[in-house]
Design a protein around this ligand. Structure first.
Ligand SMILES: Cc1cc2nc3c(=O)[nH]c(=O)nc-3n(C[C@H](O)[C@H](O)[C@H](O)COP(=O)(O)O)c2cc1C
Length: 237
């Protein structure tokens, strides 16, 4: 396990959400409110590694202590999907736990956290959590979160889904996990991939009570970062 020593060299492109978080200091949503809170962030080998990376980016400077665990397959998808290197992703977290370190702090329920988000969550990781096999730190940490009745949010990414996938998701939901596939919301009129990623990540972090200003909220004025209901054209039914 390695605690981040210094501000890392940022190799990732600037992210709108991060700037927004920084701009929020002094609004009551900054580090003070989240002091002492910890979130486990799991990155597994499904497509969409950017979701997990965005979670880590968004939580920087908010006071939430992030504990990263990343599978070997996540390192593979990272190489396919982003220019950032594994070291760049690790540098975004406060604490990095090797996936084979089953003695890490997050493998025990006595280590207090707000819960765990796995983004993206592969079918393999999802299935292992549902079966309770806990062969790696990723699935052990998730199992601990469930047994302690803390929040487990899984951004499961696969399509199409067969009945076995759907049954596994039902089982996880019955066990207390929240299955939250990264499905875009088009009512907020995204213009970039970044908009889509931020909305999904923001809604997932909402589930932990972290409002980082990433979400364009329905029914709130545009000036407040919301998305109002568009006026209907004359002639609409
Ligand atoms: C480029 C790429 C994309 C992948 N996308 C998915 C995906 O969307 N969903 C999924 O369940 N597996 C996907 N996989 C396969 C997983 O990486 C593979 O099943 C792996 O064993 C998952 O291991 P993990 O759960 O330990 O990360 C993908 C693999 C690669 C190389």
């Amino acid at each position: 396990m390695g605690r981040r020593q210094a501000q890392p060299q940022r190799a990732l492109p600037p992210v709108r959400g991060v700037a927004m978080v920084a701009a929020m200091s002094g609004t009551g949503k900054g580090p003070g409110q989240n002091a002492g809170k910890r979130l486990i962030v799991g990155l597994s080998g499904a497509s969409g590694i950017v979701y997990g990376v965005r979670v880590l980016e968004a939580l920087r400077g908010t006071g939430v202590e992030t504990h990263l665990v990343m599978t070997k397959s996540a390192e593979v998808t990272l190489a396919y999907e982003m220019t950032a290197k594994v070291a760049d992703i690790r540098a975004l977290a406060d604490v990095v736990h090797p996936v084979h370190d089953i003695g890490a702090a997050i493998s025990s329920g006595s280590f207090r956290t707000e819960g765990m988000i796995i983004a993206p969550c592969s079918v393999r990781t999802m299935s292992e959590i549902a079966a309770g096999t806990t062969a790696s730190l990723m699935t052990r940490a998730a199992d601990v979160v469930l047994k302690e009745r803390r929040r487990l949010v899984l951004l499961v990414r696969e399509t199409p889904l067969h009945t076995g996938h759907l049954r596994t998701m039902t089982r996880l939901s019955e066990m207390g996990a929240i299955v939250a596939p990264p499905v875009p919301a088009f009512y907020q009129r995204p213009e970039t991939v970044d908009d889509i990623v931020n909305q999904t990540v923001g809604r997932a972090l909402d589930l932990f009570g972290f409002d980082l200003g990433l979400v364009k909220r329905w029914g709130e004025p545009a000036a407040a970062g919301g998305v109002g209901k568009p006026a209907r054209k004359s002639g609409d039914a």
